[in-house]
Design a protein around this ligand. Structure first.
Ligand SMILES: Cc1cc2nc3c(=O)[nH]c(=O)nc-3n(C[C@H](O)[C@H](O)[C@H](O)COP(=O)(O)OP(=O)(O)OC[C@H]3O[C@@H](n4cnc5c(N)ncnc54)[C@H](O)[C@@H]3O)c2cc1C
Length: 398
């Protein structure tokens, strides 16, 4: 019997496995794909804190950027140069493999091309049903299981767990570019990405990731963005391959059971404003491994000992997620005129612009949002819009 079985070899699953195996607990990771980190679908943007807080090497960083250009629906532009921090652009395949190798080097077993089809809790252990093909089923036992399946929720329903209530539909492609880009570009507007935004992320001097998140039909909107004159002129690939995936922007109701913890996208540990889940997912993976190690060392695995995980993550990111969800719902209600107005305000008000440019907090949005709300030129517009939404019972607030 294994001590810990982790379902999913994304960064969060591999990170838990690395920590529990390092602490001396026999750990196995189950992954349905044949190769870790593939297929790759992510823009790979993280702040430096992910390496510092999780003690990870920066080997998978392909690019570092401190320059951001925001495009408003009417074509207004604002350029922001961050003075205190920069975005690190990851090669996600190599990052996922880097974290998995830390676990493998400690002695964790990885079972690839193997899908977990069911998890049953029994007295003293969990039984994990596995399929390598529809005709070949087997099972393993573990004292505790960690669900790190990303934005796939089939097992949640079988386990009686809830699923997130809100998602972003995302599409992305990686393309060859005709000239080097030095800024991350964000595109806003109802015609580009309703309720959210599109992005161009320079990977290196030859390649960029172009993607967007929205409520639905993300591939349709991404095709439109790519065909926009100012975007298309910079792309060499004329038939890019689009990859589509959902991202949760809401947490599940309960992230622990008698012998199970839920982490990463599987739990909804994602920044609601941007859809970025690598940092919060890994932060919670660390808390999950600490909780499991603590439970093993102090009386064993049970619902009471595992509950500490949820208490801890709520304390660290709970309020951030609440504020982020509110902003996401607010973003949903913005008209193109509102967006043009807001972007003009950032452009013309040095105090508002400074808040964004001087911020250290790449991954912590709450304080930036609260500071922006104290800026007179912005707060007037935002409060007016909020009141309008409330009195008009906008569906995003229903
Ligand atoms: C287009 C796009 C762009 C993004 N850009 C960013 C970004 O710039 N920055 C950022 O921080 N985040 C970004 N994200 C989000 C980020 O990719 C996720 O938050 C992150 O991958 C979550 O890691 P995870 O380990 O929880 O899940 P995943 O990385 O999704 O890993 C889950 C693993 O579980 C496996 N699995 C699932 N079900 C089973 C099963 N039943 N049996 C066995 N294996 C299973 C899957 O195959 C997968 O390998 C983006 C997402 C998308 C879609």
């Amino acid at each position: 019997m294994y001590d810990v079985a982790v379902i999913g070899a994304g960064p969060t699953g591999s990170y838990v496995a690395y920590q529990t195996q390092k602490a001396g607990f026999k750990t196995i990771v189950i992954e349905e794909h044949p190769s870790i980190g593939e297929p790759s679908f992510c823009a790979g943007i993280v702040g430096k804190e992910v390496f510092e807080r999780l003690s990870l090497a920066e080997d998978s960083v392909q690019n570092r950027i401190n320059f951001l250009i925001m495009h408003s629906p009417a074509g207004k532009k604002i350029s922001l140069v961050s003075k205190k921090t920069h975005a690190c652009i990851l090669d996600r395949t190599s990052f996922d493999r880097q974290v998995a190798h830390l676990a493998i080097d400690e002695g964790t077993s990885f079972l690839m091309s193997t899908r977990c089809t069911d998890i049953v809790t029994n007295a003293g252990h969990v039984k994990i049903k596995l399929a390598t093909s529809p005709m070949s089923e087997t099972e393993i036992k573990a004292k505790v299981c960690v669900l790190a399946t990303g934005a796939f929720y089939g097992l949640h329903k079988r386990l009686g767990l809830s699923v997130p209530r809100d998602f972003l539909d995302c599409s992305q492609t990686e393309v060859e570019i005709s000239e080097p880009l030095n800024a991350i570009e964000l595109y806003f507007g109802r015609e580009v990405a309703p309720g959210s935004f599109g992005w161009i992320v320079p990977v290196n001097s030859k390649m960029a990731r172009i993607g967007l998140s929205t409520k639905r039909n993300s591939t349709f909107y991404l095709s439109n963005l790519i065909s926009k004159k100012e975007v298309n002129a910079r792309i060499r690939d004329k038939k890019p391959i689009l990859r589509r995936r959902i991202v949760p922007v809401d947490t599940i109701e309960k992230t622990y059971l008698e012998r199970l913890l839920v982490i990463g996208d599987s739990a909804g540990h994602v920044k609601p404003v941007t859809g970025g889940g690598i940092f919060y997912g890994l932060l919670c993976a660390k808390l999950a491994s600490e909780t499991i190690i603590n439970a093993f060392n102090n009386g064993g695995i049970n619902q009471r000992s595992l509950r500490a995980y949820e208490t801890k993550w709520k304390k660290i990111i709970g309020l951030e997620l609440k504020v982020g969800r509110f902003v996401r719902r607010f973003m949903n209600t913005l008209t193109d005129e509102n967006l043009d107005n807001l972007i003009s305000t950032f452009k013309n008000d040095s105090r508002a612009k400074n808040i964004l440019e001087q911020s250290h907090a790449f991954d912590w949005h709450k304080d930036i949002i609260l500071s922006l709300l104290k800026t007179p030129s912005l707060s007037g517009k935002i409060y007016k819009k909020l009141l309008w939404n409330i009195f008009n019972k906008d569906e995003a607030y229903a």
